[in-house]
Design a protein around this ligand. Structure first.
Ligand code: 7PJ
Length: 277
């Protein structure tokens, strides 16, 4: 299985690690814009040294209840970081749902667009159509402002899968190659603990057209509910979640703690290899 991300063709015969790079004031809280950008670049270098295959750059938090950031602010945060990292040797992803940010990020050299709204905003498909960047389509019920208030499903696995299938059909109709697409059930995005657990248990069931699955569970509140602890204290629970996600079919995991995850997934991958002889 392969995923095309512009000039990178990611080989997913072993699991890949996407390192999270937040370029938001709340993640680098000590001051002005340059501090944030310099801190972000230094953090990216650490993620690369730790073995990340993809760096996911985000300038707007989509955590439950987070307020949207103006377009200009998001651009000022992420574009200088993309420009500085464009030739760093690993694939760069932009975590955004805004078509204008997608376009600017592609121009600045990004290799993948990771959209929690699955390219549903007007103009989003057009923003990525004429490029070769990879695309991560994520399922969400509701919007970040309201999604955790009242999540409801008849059959969470079927509903997530059907939504993603519809999105992929739309992209195919726009002439976008399947080789560019990964799908993501959107853990924590309009899901209660039981919905998240069902999706993790039955992760393999959301796959269609042999598309790669990306899973993001790192430090999420479901792990706090199961194991306790503030987000910064969820490393062990996050490792368990990444290992289980890969065991259940995930091809890429999106994580904060890259070094630990890379090591844990080496063990996982060895167990998933087909036996020889
Ligand atoms: C995800 C994401 C995820 C993808 C965030 C957080 C919330 N993108 N962006 N999948 N989560 N594709 O990291 O807690 O699960 S932001």
């Amino acid at each position: 299985m392969k995923l095309q991300c512009a000039e990178y063709l990611l080989d997913l015969s072993t699991p890949k690690v996407m390192g999270i790079l937040n370029v938001t004031p709340d993640s680098f809280s000590d001051g002005g814009q340059f501090t944030n950008i310099d801190a972000a670049i230094a953090h990216a270098q650490q993620l690369i040294d730790d073995g990340a295959d993809i760096i996911d750059i985000g300038g707007e938090s989509t955590r439950p209840g987070a307020t949207p950031v103006p377009l200009e602010t998001e651009l000022q945060r992420v574009i200088p970081v993309i420009q500085a990292l464009a030739k760093c040797g690993v694939a760069l992803s932009i975590d955004t749902y805004k078509p204008a940010v997608m376009q600017a990020a592609i121009k600045a050299g990004v290799h993948m667009v990771n959209d929690v709204f699955a390219l549903q905003q007007p103009g989003a498909i057009e923003a990525v159509q004429d490029s070769a960047v990879g695309l991560c389509l994520m399922h969400m019920q509701g919007t970040p402002q309201t999604m955790q208030l009242q999540p409801q499903y008849q059959d969470v696995v079927q509903e997530v899968r059907q939504f993603l299938q519809q999105r992929v059909s739309q992209l195919s109709a726009a002439g976008i190659a399947k080789q560019r697409i990964a799908i993501d059930p959107g853990f924590g995005f309009g899901k209660k603990t039981q919905h998240n657990l069902t999706l993790l248990k039955q992760l393999a069931q959301i796959r269609f057209d042999n598309l790669p699955i990306l899973a993001g569970l790192s430090r999420k509140s479901i792990l706090g509910q199961l194991a306790g602890g503030d987000p910064s204290q969820r490393l062990y629970a996050s490792l368990a979640a990444s290992v289980l996600a890969v065991s259940h079919g995930a091809n890429i995991v999106r994580v904060h703690d890259v070094k630990a995850t890379v090591e844990a997934l080496k063990v996982t991958a060895a167990l998933l290899q087909k036996d020889e002889g």
